[in-house]
Structure formats: structure tokens, C-alpha cells
Design a protein around this ligand. Structure first.
Ligand code: FAD
Length: 500
């Protein structure tokens, strides 16, 4: 028995799949493989809800395979051990997209590559979503990204799938079982996967996108007016290229062109941030600008509990923290605000907060998550220091307190201005509304103005420090493109605008 394997990771689709397209060129029987790894379950970034999304995507892929559904194998166990077993039972070749994950997935892929090399089994890896491995700087990255995104989507038929016959499949399953590897078939009731996400994309491009820019900062409205495609992109049930090409097409006819342009530029950011992370993965645990390693080293567990539970006494922050835990989603600005509150106002190390939010997000993608967390915590050195004021955000982006009222029922009976700032209620007013600050809802955990001043002062002082500047030079050289005839300062400003 000889077979090839298409190893699925964060690319859970059949459509626009370079690794599948390559595997289908061969005539050797092909098995698609998804591995449910114990390391994934034990990783605190991952949640049962994310697992449910993966299960739903796999279920749909199996449905799309129809009579060939058994060619998609789901196994539970350590990936390296599984490949070791397969290598001894007829594995001829492995095709996979490169995963831009955490250190452990990177190390796992190296271990598997070494193992396959030792067994003389080719391991063919393909770039995914325009992100490149092994580049030292961004010199030709933009052109390469555009070229990739505009390239024709590969054409192939699932009916051309070279099948591994049932007897051989049963033999292989038995060999795996004998070595303690269990097979499973995922089922899920969650509406997720390629077909569902494609309909969502169509709906967005055809109508909802017209309010994209005007509502993008609002925590309540943006849940309908943003594309909400991040989860599909994170687990790969849609390819970034498919979304990009559909958006370019829609842009030709749409009235709301600037909304679609803003959307398309975010698809570019998607790969831009992952590329940054790919080139400097230590960002997962360490400040991008190492000169910031001296600040915010101590974690206050009471602050962490209050922030996680939505009990900081700042209504918009608390509403966001409760909403994300319950629903797995927050719009960009609210994500930035809750991290800014944690890192700047509570003056805490970003690492614990990053992990909690990753667990909460259905769309958790390390390559976007970590660079964003660091940017909003002002540890990159090259970005503007942006300390979000939660009351200002609340008054501007949730003016009628719709979002706050939904997530903080304890404030529901208060008049509008006090929903934004309950600490302004006098004792008489509290009595009148049957509300007690400190009992029904906490006092502000810290004084905002004082804490914001402290953070700004510390961060601006550090920004002028020669060690920060030296690191900035290194970071700009590695992660940005030096434009001739443009001063260093203008480049920094341009980069900041691009990333903001
Ligand atoms: C602290 C923090 C953590 C974040 N963590 C993640 C994460 O784990 N996974 C994730 O996908 N996004 C993350 N983002 C980026 C952004 O908030 C989400 O991509 C976006 O809110 C998803 O909603 P949407 O699909 O409706 O986006 P839309 O506005 O409709 O944008 C379309 C797509 O563009 C990409 N995109 C949008 N905004 C950004 C951005 N600022 N940076 C990079 N790509 C972007 C996403 O793939 C998104 O699905 C984070 C942002 C912050 C501030």
C-alpha cells in the first residue's frame, strides 16, 4: 500500500487549496488528514468553542466529499508519532500549507520534517495566504503579496481524487489503533464552514458593506456591518485570496467603493501582521522592542480577575469583556481598547491578557493577535502611543448605551449619562434608582486620568531612550520597506498610519 497525505491545519477547505491542488496532480492514493493534538488542547490559547469551529468545518468538508468522505481521516494524538506510524505503513509523500502558529507548532513542523527526511519521504510545504517563510526583510513583499492574491485560483475537481481502497484504509486504521491512535468523525451543529462563510461573504459584499466604515468602531452595530469573516479566515474555511478576489470584483460595481477599499486594505493587514510574527515569533512572549523589558513586570492577580470578569468599574470595558467571553467576538476598536486599558491604565504585563483574549476569540490567530496586542500595549516602539479613554469611547461609540445595557444588566435602570459613568451618581440619586455603587457595580478600579498620565509619562520617556531608538532602527529595517528619498521620521509616521 502506497499513499500520499494532505495534512490539514488552519486550511480547512477544499476550495483554493494549493497543497490539495499539488497532491491531486499525482496518481497515488490520497488521504486528507486532520490531527487533534493533545498539545493543542493543553495550550491555554485554545478553547472548546474554537474546537467546535474546527469540528464544524471538518464536518462540512466531509459532506462535500460525498462518497469519498472516508478519505478524510481525523486522528487523535501526537502529530510526530502519527507520522512515524504512517511512515512505516506506506506513506509516500506529504503535502501541507505552512502554519504560522506559536513556537510549539513551528517546532512540531521541524520535527516532522526531520522525521520524514530520515525516512526519505518528501514533505512538500506551500505558502498560505501570501505569507512567506525565511525572508529577512520586506523588500519585495508587497509585490509578492499582490501577485499571489491576484493569481488565478487553482482549478481541480474533487472527483479526480485518487482513492485509497477500503481494505487498505481499514488496514491503516487498524495499524494506527494498535499503536493507540484513535480515529474520530467530527460532528457539530454550529453554522460554520466554507458554504456558510461564503454566503456571509456574499451578504457582506452585496449589502452590509455599505455601512462598513461608518459603524466599524461601534461595538454593537459593527457586529452586523463588519464582514465577520475573521473566524473563517483563522481556521481556513475560506482562503484570503478568495475573499480578496470577490471583494475586488464587488468593488467594480458597488456604490460604496471606499467601504470596500477599506475592507480590502484590511485583508492586506491580515497577511502583513502574520508576516511580521512569522519573522519574529519571539513576540509571543517577549516585547518586540526589547528595551521595554524593564517595565510592567509584575502581575496583579486581583486586577486580572476584575478585568477578565468585566468588573473594573468602567462600563464599556466591562461590557466588552463579558461580551467577548460569551460570544467570541469584539470589533477591532474594542479589542484595542480593552488591551490598552489593561496595559496602560492598569499598568500590567500584556502576556496574561493576550492569553485570556486568545482563549475568548473564536478567530484567534497568533500572527495577528500578538503583533496587535503589542502595538496596543506600546511595546513595539515604532507605533504611536494610544491610550484609549473608555468613557470617551463609550460616549462616542455606544452613545445610547445599547451595548452597555445588553452586557451590564445591573446598569439597566440608570439614566443614560450614568450608564457611561455610574460613579457620578450622588448617594441620593443612587437611592432613587435603587442602585448602590460598590455593591451592584464596582467603583472604578483605578483613577483613569491619574493612571493615563502615569502611563503616558513613562512611555514617552522610554520612547526617547537611546536603547528604544536602537531597537526601533532594527525593527524598521526588518519589518518595513525603506523608501529612498523619504526621511526616517516620515517612514515611521507612514508605517504607523498604515498599521493604525
Ligand atoms: C488586541 C487585538 C487582538 C486581535 N486578535 C486577532 C486575532 O486573534 N485574530 C484575528 O483575525 N484578528 C485579530 N485582531 C484584528 C481585528 O480586530 C479582527 O481581525 C477583526 O475585528 C475581525 O472582525 P471582522 O472579520 O468583522 O473584520 P473586518 O473589519 O470585516 O476585516 C476583514 C478581515 O481583515 C482582517 N483584519 C481586520 N482588521 C485587522 C487588523 N487590525 N489587523 C489584521 N487583520 C485585520 C481580518 O482577517 C478580518 O476578518 C485583533 C485586534 C486587536 C486590537
Amino acid at each position: 500500500m502506497r499513499f500520499q497525505v494532505l495534512w490539514l491545519k488552519r486550511d480547512l477547505r477544499w476550495h483554493d487549496h494549493d497543497a490539495l491542488a499539488a497532491a491531486l496532480q499525482g496518481k497515488t492514493p490520497l488521504l486528507a488528514l486532520y490531527i487533534w493534538e493533545p498539545q493543542w488542547y493543553n495550550d491555554p490559547h485554545h478553547s472548546p468553542r474554537q474546537a467546535e469551529h474546527i469540528a464544524a468545518a471538518l464536518q462540512e468538508m466531509r459532506k462535500e466529499l460525498g462518497p469519498y468522505a472516508h478519505q478524510l481521516l481525523e486522528l487523535e494524538g501526537d502529530a510526530t508519532s502519527i507520522f512515524q506510524i504512517l511512515a512505516h505503513h506506506g506513506l509516500k509523500e506529504v503535502h501541507a500549507h505552512r502554519e504560522h502558529g506559536l513556537q510549539w507548532t513551528y517546532q512540531r513542523d521541524i520535527a516532522i520534517s526531520n522525521l520524514l527526511k530520515k525516512e526519505n519521504i518528501p514533505f512538500k510545504e506551500y505558502n498560505h495566504n501570501g505569507v512567506l517563510r525565511g525572508i529577512k526583510n520586506r523588500k519585495h513583499w508587497d509585490e509578492a503579496w499582490r501577485d499571489y492574491m491576484q493569481r488565478e485560483i487553482p482549478k481541480y475537481q474533487l472527483t479526480d481524487w485518487p482513492l485509497l481502497n477500503q481494505d487498505n484504509l481499514a488496514r491503516l486504521n487498524q495499524a494506527l489503533k494498535d499503536q493507540g491512535v484513535e480515529a474520530r468523525i467530527s460532528e457539530s451543529k454550529l453554522p460554520f464552514g466554507g458554504e456558510h462563510s461564503r454566503k456571509q461573504l456574499e451578504r457582506f459584499l452585496q449589502s452590509e458593506a455599505k455601512n462598513y466604515q461608518s459603524k466599524i468602531g461601534e461595538p454593537a452595530a459593527s457586529r452586523q456591518t463588519c464582514s465577520r469573516l475573521s473566524t473563517a479566515l483563522a481556521w481556513g474555511s475560506l482562503s484570503l485570496r478568495e475573499v480578496y478576489q470577490a471583494a475586488l470584483q464587488a468593488h467594480k460595481q458597488a456604490q460604496y467603493k471606499s467601504d470596500l477599499r477599506a475592507f480590502i486594505s484590511r485583508l492586506h493587514w491580515h497577511s502583513h501582521f502574520i508576516q511580521k510574527f512569522e519573522m519574529e515569533m519571539r513576540m509571543e512572549s517577549e516585547n518586540l522592542n526589547r528595551a521595554y523589558n524593564t517595565i510592567r513586570q509584575e502581575l496583579n492577580p486581583q486586577y486580572l480577575e476584575a478585568w477578565k470578569k468585566g468588573q473594573t468599574g468602567y462600563p464599556l470595558v466591562d461590557a466588552c469583556m463579558r461580551a467577548v467571553k460569551e460570544t467570541g467576538y469584539l470589533n477591532f476598536r474594542m479589542r484595542a481598547m480593552v488591551i490598552s486599558f489593561w496595559s496602560h491604565i492598569l499598568w500590567q504585563p500584556w502576556q496574561a491578557a493576550a492569553q485570556h483574549l486568545a482563549f475568548c476569540f473564536d478567530d484567534y490567530l497568533p500572527g495577528i493577535h500578538y503583533p496587535q496586542v503589542q502595538m496596543q500595549s506600546s511595546t513595539t516602539g515604532i507605533n504611536t502611543i494610544r491610550v484609549y479613554n473608555p468613557v470617551k469611547q463609550s460616549l462616542e461609540k455606544d452613545a445610547e448605551a445599547v451595548f452597555i445595557s445588553k452586557w451590564l444588566p445591573e446598569l439597566q435602570n440608570l439614566p443614560l449619562p450614568f450608564k457611561h459613568e455610574p460613579w457620578k451618581l450622588s448617594s441620593m440619586e443612587q437611592g432613587f434608582y435603587g442602585f448602590t455603587l460598590g455593591e451592584d457595580y464596582p467603583h472604578p478600579i483605578v483613577d483613569f486620568a491619574e493612571s493615563a498620565n502615569f502611563a503616558r509619562q513613562q512611555l514617552w520617556e522610554l520612547k526617547a531612550d537611546p536603547s528604544v531608538k536602537a531597537e526601533n532602527k532594527r525593527i524598521l529595517g526588518k519589518h518595513t520597506v525603506a523608501k529612498r528619498n523619504i526621511s526616517q521620521r516620515t517612514q515611521t509616521v507612514m508605517q504607523q498610519k498604515k498599521e493604525a
